[in-house]
Design a protein around this ligand. Structure first.
Ligand SMILES: [Zn+2]
Length: 320
């Protein structure tokens, strides 16, 4: 409901309200929060009994918001991914009449994680659903979805949110809000994840401090001791680091309009003046290798040391 104003400007909304909505719609975005919001708003628009759809207040809208409208069937119910018995319920369920409304909507999450065999079984249902049946498929990575499944659906790519949109959607009383917007890359779920961290702003300051002021090996111990305690937040710290490097690249190619962290423009310009193009490329590739090592559970303190020394190395090896 929170993204309603954004949703109402989309062609999808106009189609749901005015036209004959297509029966199988695939929402595509890596941003899980946006996928959930859009699916919810679509369901409200389809079931709302008010003339100004979706009103958010009528009985049906309230039921959608509380996930208790019996003619909206959400899967998977138990696990993260739809399993074989649930797929049978879906395939048989489309043949049963709606209970209380004039239509039925199946909302399927994590479709890109379903294996190919299961996706294939779903195909038939998507192909010829009865006229009062709708499918909303939430997809985080369309490369993992069968072409045949995609071709049966209207594909809707959800755009990244702008800074203004994120500002309106996120709670205003969180100290990390400004930095969460700056480093989420337009993703609502990423921003919400950052807001939950107690010291997100402190982590942003630490990464800027390292990039701006770490210049010789005598400082390594000081910075590494700050990072050793942050194992649980380490992947987020690396994602802040990669976002900063990306923003530096945007400055270099003259695309400052793509930068969300414009409140840090002074720092970004200094980093841009300090590190060459080759240095930034090396740092990005080292950071990606570091994430792989982290996933393999390598010795954490050794990883931190090599992360820091790697920055020093490229600073000296690839001078401006
Ligand atoms: Zn309503």
């Amino acid at each position: 409901m929170r993204s309603l104003e954004i949703f109402k400007k989309t062609p999808l909304y106009a189609e749901l309200v005015n036209g004959k909505p297509i029966h199988s719609i695939m929402l595509i975005s890596p941003d899980q929060s946006q996928l959930d919001d859009y699916a919810e708003m679509m369901c409200m628009t389809l079931f709302c009994s008010d003339t100004n759809k979706p009103c958010g207040k009528c009985n049906n809208c309230q039921k959608v918001l509380h996930h208790n409208l019996v003619d909206i069937l959400e899967y998977p119910k138990q696990d993260d991914v739809i399993k074989s018995d649930e797929l049978s319920q879906i395939v048989n369920g489309i043949l049963e009449l709606p209970y209380e409304a004039d239509k039925k909507v199946f909302v399927l999450s994590n479709v890109s994680s379903m294996d190919m065999l299961m996706q294939n079984k779903l195909l038939k249902s998507l192909e010829e659903p009865p006229k009062d049946v709708y499918f909303i498929l939430k997809v985080s990575n369309e490369n993992q979805v069968l072409q045949t499944v995609k071709s049966r659906c209207r594909k809707i790519y959800l755009p990244n949110l702008s800074e203004d949109e994120l500002d309106k959607l996120l709670p205003s009383d969180n100290v990390n809000k400004e930095e969460a917007i700056a480093f989420c890359g337009g993703s609502l779920s990423q921003a919400e994840h950052f807001l939950k961290q107690t010291d997100f702003k402190g982590n942003v300051d630490l990464i800027f401090d390292i990039l701006l002021n770490y210049r010789n090996s005598s400082q390594t111990l000081m910075y590494s001791s700050k990072l050793y305690d942050k194992k649980n937040e380490f992947l987020d710290i690396i994602s802040i680091y990669l976002k900063i490097l990306q923003d530096v690249n945007y400055i270099r190619i003259g695309r400052r309009d793509l930068i969300y962290s414009s409140t840090h423009m002074d720092e970004l310009l200094r980093i841009c003046g300090d590190f060459s193009v080759d240095a930034i490329l090396g740092m990005v590739s080292d950071a990606i290798k570091l994430i792989e090592k982290f996933d393999r559970n390598c010795n954490f303190n050794a990883m931190v040391d090599s992360f820091l020394l790697g920055i020093l190395e490229v600073r000296h090896k690839c001078p401006m």
